[in-house]
Design a protein around this ligand. Structure first.
Ligand code: 13P
Ligand code: SF4
Length: 320
């Protein structure tokens, strides 16, 4: 795999000034670069918009650019394509997937739905277009509670695919839901023991966490929210230090917004870099330049899936 990536990159000459070359291509293509907070800092720095999944979907829904370059993972770029079926949507590395989306295959989900008739299906946006097409409403980490609260109290709900976000929404809303048992490999890697150890070393630091984390981590959190909400909280809070239990790519924006504050990444259980999302990090500035130059890899979807997946996304945008 690494070999493939290297030979792909080496086969084409790269300009010395990648930032300048990307700026030129943006102008030539009338392209917008949308980036998630978990991207490499270089990519964040050339993006036209950086955001969480809801913000990125809203930007994709409203852009007048001809080309959307999505610096994120496959399900995010797919969402942009569903919202813009006639636009060119590029993803720097088509292999940039998501363990959470992979944990919910469509055929197994069809059977799961059939086993729970009469349920409304609320799916977290971190799922494939096929799962979106099987859902009634999409949600993100920033609007999941608000969306579930709008569903009539006597209406049974299936929530997929993230069991941790689902459990958190159940606690916040007091609603019972049938949960698909999926999870994110990054957010399940944080060590509760090491977070407690960090709290002892930095007693004034606040723990901030993404709701994809396990309950054992969330119970230590002073604040829980989507990536955008976590960034906003650091700016509002009087605390000078934060232990950040989400992918550490977001610390680039936190540090830019609050240079005098200290941001400590929550450590994983092993001595590895597995708190970095290996899928998100497949995108590089070089691949971003090449995808714009070559106008590929592009996201394609069948018309049928595109139309079926659009409805629950539109419902989310209306209910947000
Ligand atoms: P948000 O940025 O929407 O909070 O999602 C986090 C995430 O895991 C994206 O893959
Ligand atoms: Fe998927 Fe987790 Fe990576 Fe987000 S951080 S893209 S949920 S694997």
């Amino acid at each position: 795999m690494l070999q493939t990536v290297l030979s792909y990159q080496n086969s084409e000459a790269l300009p010395r000034d990648l930032f300048g070359a990307i700026a030129d291509l943006k102008r030539d293509l009338n392209a917008v670069v949308l980036a998630h907070y978990y991207q490499d800092p270089d990519i964040q720095d050339i993006a036209d918009y950086i955001g969480d999944s809801l913000g990125l979907s809203q930007q994709a829904a409203s852009t007048d650019a001809d080309v959307i370059v999505f610096a994120g993972v496959h399900f995010m770029a797919e969402t942009a394509k569903i919202l813009n079926p006639h636009k060119l949507v590029l993803l720097p590395d088509l292999e940039a997937g998501c363990s959470l989306a992979d944990s919910c295959p469509a055929d197994a989900f069809v059977a799961f739905k059939a086993a729970h008739p009469g349920h409304v299906v609320v799916s977290y946006i971190n799922c494939t277009a096929d799962i979106k097409a099987l859902s009634d409403i999409i949600c993100t980490s920033s609007n999941a509670v608000k969306i579930v609260q709008q569903i009539p109290a006597d209406q049974p709900i299936i929530f997929a695919p993230d069991r941790n976000l689902g459990r958190y929404v159940m606690e916040q809303t007091g609603r019972e839901m049938v949960l698909w048992q999926g999870s994110c490999m990054v957010h399940e890697t944080f060590s509760e023991r090491k977070i407690v150890q960090l709290q002892i070393e930095h007693p004034a630091a606040e723990v901030i966490a993404h709701p994809e984390c396990e309950p054992a981590v969330l119970r230590h959190a002073h604040y829980i929210g989507s990536t955008t909400a976590l960034l906003g909280y650091c700016q509002k809070s009087d605390s000078r230090a934060f232990i950040v239990a989400t992918e550490p790519g977001i610390i680039h924006q936190m540090q830019k917004a609050e240079p005098a504050k200290k941001f400590i990444p929550a450590p994983p259980m092993n001595q590895c870099a597995c708190n970095e999302c290996p899928h998100m990090r497949l995108n590089t500035l070089e691949k971003l330049y090449l995808c714009m130059k070559n106008r590929q890899p592009e996201i394609t979807l069948s018309e049928e899936i595109q139309a079926a997946a659009l409805r629950p996304i539109q419902r989310m945008l209306e209910m947000s």
